[in-house]
Structures are given as C-alpha cells and as structure tokens.
Write a protein that binds this ligand. Structure first.
Ligand code: HEM
Length: 209
C-alpha cells in the first residue's frame, strides 16, 4: 500500500520545469566553440599587424602564423554564421526574443543594477531574466551582428564596398571589428563568472532544468 502511495506521488509530481529548451542549449554551445575559435585566431591575425601598442601572447592565439590563423578564422566563420542565423530565425519565429528579452526599461535596469550591487537580486525564478540580463543579452546579440558585418566588410571590401562604406571605410571597419571582439570578451568574463556563481543557471544550460 505504502509503495503504491509512493508511486502515485511520483506520477502526480509536477514535471521539472524546463528552463532552457534543447535548441537554445545546442546552439549556445556551438556558438561558444565558434566564438572561442574566432577570438583566438583573431588575436593571431591582429599580431601580424597590430592596431595598438600591444600584441597577444602566442600561447593564447590559434593558427601559429597569419596564414594559419586566417584559415581557422574563415573556417569557424561558417560555423558561427550558420549557427547564428538559425538562432536568430528561431528566436524570432518562436517569440523567444520578445518574451525573454522585452521590454527593457531604463528604470528596470537601474533598479536591478542597484539590487545586484547590493546582493539583493533574486535568482529564484531562472525562467525570467532580470533587466540587467535582458540588456546584456540583447546588447550582445547586436554586437554579434555588428562583428559579423564588420568582418564581412574587411574580408570582401571590394565585392561588399557598400557595406565597408557604411562602416566609414576599411580602416574604421577594422577598429569596429576589434572593439566588438573586446566587448564580447568583457561579456564573457561576466557571463562565465555569473554562471559559476549561480550553478543552477549553468545546469539549466547543460541539462535544461
Ligand atoms: C562572419 C564573421 C567574421 C568575419 C567574416 C571575419 C573576418 C575577419 C577578417 C577578414 C579579419 C582580418 C582583418 C585584417 O586583415 O586586418 C579579421 C580579423 C579579426 N577578427 Fe574577425 N571575422 C568574423 C568574426 C569575428 C568574431 C566573432 C571575432 C571574435 C569574437 C573576430 C575577431 C577578430 C579579431 C580579434 C581580428 C583581428 C583584428 C585586426 O587586427 O584587424 N572576428 N576578421
């Protein structure tokens, strides 16, 4: 009797809430691999003709030399672009972007920033993003689009001269490309630190709940 009651309880127990659907998790981890390859090969490309007074340590670059790095960059580019386009299409088609990322209000961002800085931001309901998360996630999607467009404009400045002109020319597009990379790196530091500090969110990205 008692085992019957226990099995009834299991049947009646609500299924664990799926926080991140499977397609988000798969696309997220493919994107993570592609972005790391793009950053490391990008640093090697940068080292061949630095824009600033510093170069990146060889130990954290990919490709070994300029030619090798360009091959890595252009190979990972397809992974990043196809994955990114599928993500944008599904995010729009399923209404996920609208539901998860909108609306973003300045007052919401200010109050959630204050709450985060004073340790009062709740992480109880991971299905809802707070305003700071919404702003950062929406912002990084825009940066992702700009880094791809600026990358295309410095890759094919003759064929896509209208795009290169839109950025203000080849040299400006190169700086834009670099600063987008810096913004992505800054985002990654915060993103990874928070995922480690709130282990539930990392688990949701791996197993969905
Ligand atoms: C479709 C996507 C992309 C394309 C077509 C592309 C293309 C290029 C090209 C052609 C260069 C060489 C520029 C030069 O010769 O000076 C370059 C450099 C670079 N890329 Fe990308 N890229 C893309 C995405 C990315 C992403 C996602 C990142 C990092 C998150 C990245 C980081 C870099 C960096 C750091 C450099 C060196 C900057 C410089 O010195 O000009 N790229 N990219």
């Amino acid at each position: 009797m008692s085992s019957l009651a226990a099995s009834d309880e299991r049947t009646l127990a609500a299924p664990a809430k799926v926080i991140q659907p499977a397609w988000v998790r798969v696309l997220h981890w493919i994107n993570a691999v592609a972005i790391i390859l793009m950053i490391m090969s990008g640093w090697q490309i940068y080292n061949a003709s630095p824009l600033f007074d510093f170069t990146f340590s060889h130990s954290i670059t990919l490709g070994g030399w300029l030619g090798g790095a360009l091959l890595w960059h252009f190979a990972a580019m397809w992974l990043l672009m196809v994955n990114g386009l599928v993500y944008l299409a599904l995010g729009l088609a399923t209404g996920r972007f609208r539901k998860k990322l909108l609306p973003i209000s300045p007052s919401g961002v200010i109050s959630d920033t204050k709450a985060a800085l004073t340790g009062r931001l709740s992480h109880d309901d991971l299905t809802k993003y707070n305003y700071v998360q919404k702003l950062l996630y929406a912002g990084i999607i825009v940066v992702g689009v700009v880094i791809v467009l600026s990358g295309l404009s410095i890759w094919k400045p003759v064929q896509l001269q209208w795009l290169t002109a839109l950025f203000g020319g080849y040299d400006v597009a190169r700086y834009v490309h670099f600063f987008c990379m810096a913004a992505i790196c800054a985002f990654l530091v915060v993103h990874v630190a928070l995922a480690l500090l709130v282990p539930k969110s990392l688990r949701a990205m791996i197993i969905g709940r």
